[in-house]
Unconditional design. Structure first.
Length: 365
């Protein structure tokens, strides 16, 4: 049975010990959140250092924030002007209805700018990795020569640095500073290899560390590693030469064949629409043969087809550039630089071909 006394019974106050435990837990949670935020900032800092960038993240966020506000205000101003002039709606009514849209567009712009920034940084890291792999065999051969001349492994690495090595030279200077501050050479080299997603670099660093621990002939070992890397590069070039035919076919289909076909199709749509409007909904042609041709308005307008063709060419250029990069270079990131070239050529050829084809068909019809 329900006890009425228990309903009106006063709740007991928590003991002081319970309050202390509660605030301790709350303090720990706050500290964990702070650590998590610090970890995120440190990860972003390390990520930027891998790209060789020294950027203040607070200033970067302020820059994105201000840019999003300016772009959003420009878009909103244009929309308010457009609807007020076209439909005669008052500015106040349009502005009130666009507040929610403004917030969504603002958040989208912030998100899009951060995504584009991360893509740009990731491409820069990839470019630095490629630059390191290009000069790594020469650096290892110079290091091996220094070791064979009687230098220790650390001095051999420092004296092998040349300005032409670019990114690799700067990374070796960082390794040198870390060893001078008390970090052992093995740890400094492993940290250097961990900054880049390069199997070639990690393998070379691993071989150096193993040679130092084993105490063998490190100079001969580095010469073999350098020769192995050069052989791999030669094999990649040979494979790239063997697939040139496929690259030419994909490039031609993307930047030449597709734009020409789209341009011709657009002009034919215009011709059919003009014939349909001129001849009426149904016209009997060649009545002596008994054939009736029906000319009715097409379901696709020329403006809609132009939008469809433009979007199709952009998407085709995007994927074709990635395919060419994957076939030729073995990775997708190298194809990013081909995307604007493919897009510019295909779109320019499409619009030029459309103008030329329209004038040529205009002479006959």
């Amino acid at each position: 049975m329900l006890n009425i006394k228990n309903i009106f019974k006063k709740k007991t106050e928590p003991k002081p010990e319970g309050r202390i435990e509660f605030f301790k837990k709350k303090y720990k949670k706050n500290q964990q959140k702070k650590l998590t935020a610090q970890e995120r900032k440190q990860r972003l800092k390390d990520y930027l250092e891998r790209a060789g960038l020294e950027i203040n993240t607070k200033k970067l966020f302020k820059l994105f924030f201000n840019a999003a506000i300016i772009i959003n205000l420009a878009i909103s101003s244009y929309l308010i002007y457009y609807f007020s002039v076209t439909y005669g709606i008052s500015w106040g009514t349009i502005f009130a209805s666009m507040v929610v849209l403004w917030v969504f567009v603002f958040l989208f712009l912030i998100f899009a700018m951060w995504i584009m920034f991360y893509i740009a940084v990731d491409l820069k890291i990839f470019r630095r990795k490629v630059d390191i792999e290009e000069v790594l065999p020469d650096f290892l051969q110079l290091t091996a020569s220094n070791i064979n001349a009687g230098m220790t492994i650390d001095k051999a690495l420092w004296y092998a640095v040349r300005p032409r090595f670019g990114v690799l030279a700067k990374e070796i200077e960082v390794v040198a500073k870390e060893t001078m501050s008390g970090v052992d050479l093995k740890t400094a080299l492993e940290k250097f290899a961990a900054r880049y997603d390069s199997l070639i670099l990690k393998r070379a660093i691993s071989m150096i560390n193993e040679g130092v621990e084993a105490g063998g002939k490190i100079g001969d070992l580095l010469d073999r590693v350098a020769a192995n890397i050069q052989e791999q590069k030669a094999m990649v070039k040979e494979m790239s030469a063997n697939v040139t035919t496929y690259v030419i076919f994909i490039t031609f289909a993307t930047v030449a064949a597709a734009p020409l076909l789209f341009a011709l199709s657009g002009v034919l749509i215009e011709v059919v629409q003009n014939l349909g409007s001129a001849l009426g909904s149904t016209t009997n042609v060649a009545s002596s043969v008994g054939i009736a041709l029906s000319f009715s308005g097409t379901g696709v307008s020329q403006s809609d087809f132009k939008i469809f063709a433009t979007v199709s060419l952009i998407i085709t250029s995007l994927f074709s550039a990635m395919m060419v990069s994957t076939i030729k270079k073995g990775n997708v990131k190298s194809g990013i630089r081909y995307i604007p070239i493919f897009m510019a050529i295909s779109l320019a050829l499409y619009f030029i071909s459309q103008k030329i084809a329209g004038k040529l068909l205009g002479l006959f019809f």
